[in-house]
Design a protein. Structure first.
Length: 303
């Protein structure tokens, strides 16, 4: 097994950093600060990430993906929002049964498949079991429920051959693998790939899949990112020094970019983790592909 250590990047810290992706069209790294409702943009310089700008996407923003029509599509608040390249946010879809006040739900994580379909998962603010779902926004603008009964719908990724989709549920402490039909956009048979029920180091949060078909999972509570084979064999561990909550990761070439969070820490814990909320990077020797963009028309989505 390989062991690596990440180093903090120059980009300014977030409160609840999440969901880094590589936007190839913009040649930028994009990530979010969930609780601040911000979409962050950065430039990769060698092994570093430096700030380019930030835009408000909503009260909360769970994730962002590029849109083929320009700008980004966000899982924001309790639905889908368009963020233009100029930084203007326009809410497009409010998901039925999501949102609300105390005890309500919000978008948490998601992504697009190679065909350009948009998948977004939800969770309850109080993290109650079974309150989360996974939705699919198709290329014709229709929305369908793919899965329900989730707790914290989290990292989503697809195998290089598009035959398998991976989904982590941090509440269930599980990463599932599903058979995937790229032509129909449907999930098939499900199996448990990774079970973190008895793992003392934390639970799987966001994830990415590299060009060799292996998964990289960030561990909430563990200060690590782990690389796994498609059969669930542990291949590598990346330590993120001085940070407890690693939230997600993305590969920019062979540079692994890791998001972290200070959210939920006490004042004493936060003071002891001054780099919490920052991005970290490390060279891995394996490459990853850019984020797939949403390819459907955006104008027809406004409700």
């Amino acid at each position: 097994m390989i062991r690596l250590q990440a180093q903090p990047a120059s980009a300014s810290a977030a409160e609840h950093g999440e969901g880094p992706i590589w936007d190839a069209a913009a040649s930028e790294l994009v990530w979010v600060d969930i609780t601040a409702g911000l979409v962050r943009r950065g430039r990769v310089e060698g092994d570093d990430v430096v700030d380019v700008g930030e835009h408000r996407g909503g009260e909360t923003v769970g994730f962002a993906v590029p849109a083929a029509a320009g700008g980004w599509l966000l899982g924001a608040d309790a639905g889908v929002t368009r963020l233009t390249a100029e930084g203007e946010a326009h809410a497009l879809i409010q998901l039925t049964g999501e949102g609300g006040e105390a005890g309500g739900t919000r978008m948490n994580d998601g992504g697009c498949d190679r065909a350009g379909r948009f998948f977004g998962g939800t969770m309850a603010f109080d993290e109650r079991p079974g309150a989360g779902s996974l939705y699919r926004l198709d290329l014709d603008g229709t929305v369908s429920t793919v899965l329900d009964g989730l707790t914290i719908s989290n990292g989503l990724g697809f195998s290089p051959d598009d035959r398998t989709v991976y989904l982590s549920d941090s509440g269930a402490k599980t990463v599932w693998a599903f058979d995937y039909d790229l032509y129909a956009g449907t999930f098939g048979e499900r199996r448990v790939l990774l079970d973190f029920s008895d793992d003392p180091d934390g639970v799987a949060d966001g994830l990415t899949v590299d060009d060799e078909g292996c998964l990289w999972t960030a561990l909430w509570g563990g200060g690590q990112v782990r690389r796994w084979s498609p059969s669930g064999e542990l291949l590598a561990v990346v330590d993120v020094p001085g940070v407890e909550n690693t939230t997600s990761c993305a590969l920019v070439g062979d540079l692994l970019v890791i998001s972290t969070s200070v959210h939920g820490l006490s004042e004493e814990q936060a003071a002891a983790q001054p780099d919490a909320g920052r991005l970290f990077t490390v060279r891995t020797g394996v490459t990853g592909s850019p984020a797939h963009p949403y390819r459907g028309p955006l104008g027809a989505l406004r409700q």
